[in-house]
Design a protein around this ligand. Structure first.
Ligand SMILES: N[C@@H](CCC(=O)N[C@@H](CS)C(=O)NCC(=O)O)C(=O)O
Length: 223
């Protein structure tokens, strides 16, 4: 199995890295794609790996390629030997984690990614390879803020988003917030008026895996 990782702390590859560090029981090889140099938008990557020009991607042993971070992490969760499950162990746990992961993505992550994609930094990074919506920046910020307010209520009295144990929902939301806060310093993402989100964010940040996820993976991973 080969994971196509990136040489930049982009939130999507970083989500898979954090998942891998938390999950354990995984063995695969890694090819690091030069995202900064737009290797992912060159014909070779588009034809051989991912026609959408995005990273990460996972080449399975039968040669087929899986993309989308929740699909890749879900597959890893199923095939890992040992370690700790991050998508739940019973039908109910799996459904609850799926519900929170989707809420985190739709209510917070997608609007603030779209907010960033409206910036000049995004125009410079993509160099015409994505349709950006700078005119929607303000409404995307408001949507993300509303989502964070909701999560602040949801997290009151909880250690992690879906309950007592860390899950895919925490990994997804934390990675996107951390890479954005580290990279761009988006002040409205990290305000003291959201104490429960703040306490959860600090708790996630103390984990060793959170420090490791900012760096690309080595050529061989054995967790
Ligand atoms: N929906 C995809 C998104 C992947 C994605 O947008 N990855 C970014 C890196 S964070 C990327 O490849 N950006 C470069 C580009 O689009 O040119 C997923 O879930 O994996």
């Amino acid at each position: 199995m080969i994971l196509y990782d990136a040489n930049a702390p982009g939130p999507n590859p970083a989500t898979v890295r954090l998942f891998v560090h938390e999950r354990g029981g995984l063995r695969f090889d890694v090819v690091t794609i030069d995202l900064v140099g737009l290797e992912n938008r060159k014909r070779r990557y588009l034809t051989e790996v991912n026609a959408r020009g995005e990273v990460p991607a996972l080449r399975l042993d039968d040669g087929s390629v899986l993309t989308e971070i929740t699909a890749i992490c879900g597959y890893f969760d199923e095939i890992a030997e040992g370690g700790r499950k991050l998508f739940g162990t019973t039908p109910q746990e799996r459904a609850v984690i799926h519900m929170w992961t989707r809420r985190a993505y739709l209510e917070v992550v997608l609007p603030f990614v779209n907010h960033w994609r409206g910036s000049e930094a995004a125009e410079n990074a993509y160099r015409g390879h994505r349709i950006l919506q700078p005119e929607a920046q303000r409404s995307n910020r408001l949507l993300a803020e509303r989502g964070l307010n909701q999560f602040d209520d949801d997290l009151e009295g909880r250690t992690f988003i879906a309950g007592d144990d860390i899950s895919m929902a925490d990994i997804l939301l934390y990675t996107f917030m951390a890479t954005q806060i580290e990279g761009e310093g988006t002040p409205w993402l990290d305000v003291p008026q959201r104490p429960h989100v703040g306490a959860w964010y600090a708790r996630m940040g103390e984990r060793e895996s959170s420090r490791m996820m900012l760096a690309s993976l080595p050529a061989r991973v054995r967790t």
